[in-house]
Design a protein around this ligand. Structure first.
Ligand SMILES: Nc1ncnc2c1ncn2[C@@H]1O[C@H](COP(=O)(O)OP(=O)(O)OP(=O)(O)O)[C@@H](O)[C@H]1O
Ligand SMILES: [Mg+2]
Length: 342
């Protein structure tokens, strides 16, 4: 069985159980393969990526594809726990440690046999980093006030939107803990690097919204969504779609239903383009070229993804080359007639 078949098999098994991870871009396919591979190992995983790219979703997928899927997936946000409560939160507390204290398990124990997702791991204080390191080294947690530890079998998947490597370099994160956590690093690419997933995500967000039944996307909306840079990534896109659904007055989502920042951006782009370039066809040509880049230049794959013929693909590529679209300087041989010689 080839890798892709095995990936598909693993995905069918758990489809109903978790939120679906949408995306057919080459980057997302690579990400799926990596998730599938690491899920089966015992490695601690460090998920990195900008805000809103889907790090938590990736962590859930790793859990769902692993042999631990029958166990709990417990999430803890390291940035949100008050330092003084952190130990009790993570490791638990023994009954009667202080007057009136009820004993309870910590997140590590709750995730025994499953996965503990430690979000914003870069926000742990030096003291908390030292305690976490000990737990990871010994696979044992000691509740606050306990005389002995309990052996646990919890897999850690940590996430951060800062560069932990950089934090290690500048002395803000323990190198020994970093190397323990980063058994495998999974980097989730920003949405602007996989724009071909945008239409799929839009469909997904529309489909899951009850108020969007029968709603269609109007002229220019996809083009605007495709050219915006999405600093807030998939989360920002989902909010923009939710907002558009709420604002739409008829059966069609129009440009007016998008926030100003997106429309401004489109306007800026149009201004930077040579005259005559801001047509739907020229934007499509640009999109086609982008998809091809993401497919590593594999034209057959690009045709499949775009659902167009080889001949149509060629037409778009010739157009993209001739119209000197932004982002990529034209190759000298393809500069349109009348342009200055290089
Ligand atoms: N590939 C995807 N398919 C469908 N939904 C997605 C995808 N990626 C992200 N989302 C959705 O976008 C939102 C943000 O994702 P998530 O919380 O996993 O991001 P994050 O990287 O953890 O963000 P932050 O850095 O802000 O914590 C969620 O609602 C999630 O379901
Ligand atoms: Mg998150």
């Amino acid at each position: 069985m080839g890798m892709s078949e095995r990936v598909t098999a693993a995905y069918t098994v758990r489809q109903a159980s978790t939120q679906t991870m949408i995306g057919e871009s080459c980057l997302m396919q690579d990400l799926r393969t990596l998730i599938w591979r690491v899920a089966r190992t015992r490695f601690t995983v460090l998920v990195e990526g900008e805000s809103g790219v889907g790090k938590e979703l990736v962590a859930r997928e790793i859990h769902a594809c692993s042999h631990r899927r029958g166990g709990a997936f417990v999430a803890v946000n390291c940035a949100a726990i008050v330092e003084s409560l952190l130990e009790a939160e993570l490791f638990g507390i023994e009954e009667h440690t202080a007057t009136g204290v009820r004993g309870r398990p910590g997140k590590f124990e709750l995730a025994d046999g499953g996965t503990l997702f430690m979000d914003e791991i870069g926000d742990l204080s030096p003291a908390a980093q030292a305690k976490l390191l000990r737990v990871l080294q010994e696979s044992t947690v000691e509740r606050v006030g306990a005389i002995s530890g309990r052996l646990i079998d919890t897999r850690i998947v940590a996430a951060t939107n800062r560069s932990l490597h950089e934090m290690v370099r500048t002395g803000r994160f323990r190198p020994d803990l970093y190397y323990r956590l980063a058994g495998v690093e999974v980097v989730v690419p920003p949405l602007r690097d996989r724009r071909e997933d945008i239409p799929l995500l839009v469909d997904h967000f529309l489909a899951r919204h009850p108020a969007a039944a029968g709603l269609t996307i109007g002229a220019g909306v996809y083009e605007t969504l495709l050219t915006y840079d999405w600093p807030g990534n998939v989360r920002e896109l989902s909010r923009v779609i939710e907002r558009a659904i709420a604002l739409a007055t008829g059966p069609v989502v129009t440009l007016e239903d998008l926030p100003d920042r997106l429309r401004r951006r489109c306007g800026d782009l149009a201004r930077t383009m040579p005259s005559g370039c801001a047509t739907l066809r020229s934007w499509s040509a640009r999109y086609v070229r982008l998809v091809l880049q993401r497919c590593g230049g594999n034209r057959t794959r690009a045709c499949e993804l775009l659902d167009i013929s080889y001949h149509t693909l060629r037409g778009y590529l010739d157009e993209a080359a001739a119209s000197r679209l932004p982002d990529e300087p034209p190759r000298p041989a393809l500069v349109a007639a009348g342009a200055e010689p290089p």
